[in-house]
Design a protein around this ligand. Structure first.
Ligand SMILES: NC(=O)c1ccc[n+]([C@@H]2O[C@H](COP(=O)([O-])OP(=O)(O)OC[C@H]3O[C@@H](n4cnc5c(N)ncnc54)[C@H](O)[C@@H]3O)[C@@H](O)[C@H]2O)c1
Length: 396
């Protein structure tokens, strides 16, 4: 595990604790142990704290910190490694992992440029390993239903849509303060919906526009963004187009009723899909707790701690399911049949584009375009438009 921050605690920790207890079983690959053997982080403080907290829950693991941490972690020869460092520090760790011939799972956004993603895709091919990225929203039952209706042609030809994803101020103010300078909420969260659009509707990304506002997280003329508005234009095989607007922020007041405000609307030739991930039916009020210590609207589908009807305590949801799915994919490649058939199994998992880096190029292109347009705006050259031809991005 590279990076032991918020997302480690929310999703990887419960995954490793559950799999340590239960193992991983499938008829195709049998009964396997999955242990967290080593972690790499900047300071090692949170790893040390977790080492103490997790005694009795998972076997002891080795912790490495500092500049050489990833290389030292790889000396432990893990079967797979997960990267959950800040967005602009994914590439180096991912490259080192693939170079070591270790399967990779990297948090979204995979990387910030096409050159980086192409390098990682080539390395994974050369070394015969998986390179995959976590997009848990594709496993959200609502988004699965959307995709099913599109795949079954019940919803026909998307024309346009909007998505909004608003994070609380604490994300930019305290959670990410170490690495917030020069960053924007678009890359951090819009990427979830870029992937949803790209994966669900297909098509060719051709144009990216973006603007944003500054002045709260950093100076009004600096490189750090409070909110972003992104527009993507896609073209489909029949020549028709669709446009999508994605609005993001990480300065929403902390006393907001939910953890994250998430809303989408997609308009089709014959229908409309309206989704609101925060308002799925539960509204909770507890004196002196909501909305600061606990939220009024809770997403019990993403990740929740539960007392199961049979008395067991659990933590589950699609945010954790996506990690288990990756472990199962690795298990299938390594243990799902004859060694002689490994390449066939590897290619099969690679063809599952929901998570493979080779199917993430358009998403990375949108992210790179957004980053470049915002950098140009910060340098006094606003309102640029990016055009993508499938290979390179041109700023006009
Ligand atoms: N799947 C999701 O919905 C989701 C949600 C939140 C965050 N994320 C992604 O997860 C990643 C981490 O986010 P977070 O919220 O956990 O951040 P965080 O700031 O809480 O934690 C980052 C961790 O990375 C470590 N780190 C920093 N630089 C490092 C380096 N060079 N080498 C090794 N370790 C290093 C830090 O020590 C820290 O443990 C980001 O890419 C973010 O976009 C994904």
């Amino acid at each position: 595990m590279v990076g032991m921050g918020m997302i480690f605690d929310e999703t990887y920790r419960p995954f490793f604790e559950t799999v340590a207890r239960r193992g991983l079983f499938d008829r195709q690959f049998g009964d396997l142990d999955v242990h967290l053997v080593a972690v790499a982080s900047r300071t090692g403080h949170r790893a040390e704290k977790y080492q103490n907290q997790s005694r009795g829950l998972i076997p002891a693991f080795r912790s490495y910190s500092g500049d050489d941490a990833v290389a030292q972690m790889l000396q432990e020869k893990p079967t797979f490694a997960c990267v959950a460092t800040p967005d602009n520090r994914h590439f180096e760790a991912s490259k080192a992992i693939l170079e070591a011939g270790v399967h990779l799972l990297v948090e979204k956004p995979s990387v910030l440029s096409l050159q980086e993603v192409d390098e990682l895709i080539a390395l994974a091919r050369k070394n015969g390993v998986l390179a995959r990225v976590v997009y848990h929203k594709l496993l959200d039952p609502d988004h699965k239903k959307l995709r099913t209706l599109v795949a079954d042609n019940i919803l026909q030809h998307v024309n346009n849509g909007y998505c909004s994803l608003l994070e609380p101020r604490q994300i930019s103010g305290s959670q990410f303060s170490e690495w917030i300078t020069g960053r924007n909420p678009g890359t951090y969260v819009a990427v979830h919906y870029i992937k949803l659009i790209d994966f669900t509707f297909g098509g060719r990304l051709k144009t990216v526009m973006c603007t944003g506002q500054r002045g709260l997280v950093g100076p009004a003329d600096g490189p750090t963004w409070d909110s972003c508005q992104l527009r993507l234009i896609y073209e489909y095989a029949d020549g028709r187009e669709a446009a999508f607007d994605i609005h993001t922020s990480w300065v929403t007041p902390d006393n907001f009723p939910g953890y994250v405000e998430q809303e989408v609307q997609f308009r089709f030739d014959n229908g409309i899909w309206n989704g609101h991930s925060r308002k799925r039916g539960v509204e909770l009020t507890v004196e002196n707790m909501t909305p600061l210590k606990m939220k009024n609207t809770i997403n019990n589908h993403y990740n929740g701690a539960f007392l199961e009807p049979w008395g067991e305590r659990s933590q589950r949801g699609y945010g954790i399911e996506v990690l288990e799915r990756f472990a199962r994919e690795v298990a299938f490649v390594e243990h799902g049949g004859d060694a002689a058939e490994r390449t066939t199994r590897l290619n099969h998992i690679r063809s599952l584009g929901y998570a493979d880096l080779s199917a993430d190029r358009q998403v990375v292109a949108a992210v790179e375009a957004m980053e470049r347009i915002l950098a140009a705006q910060a340098a006094g050259d606003p309102d640029r438009v990016a055009r993508f031809d499938g290979q390179t991005i041109q700023l006009c």
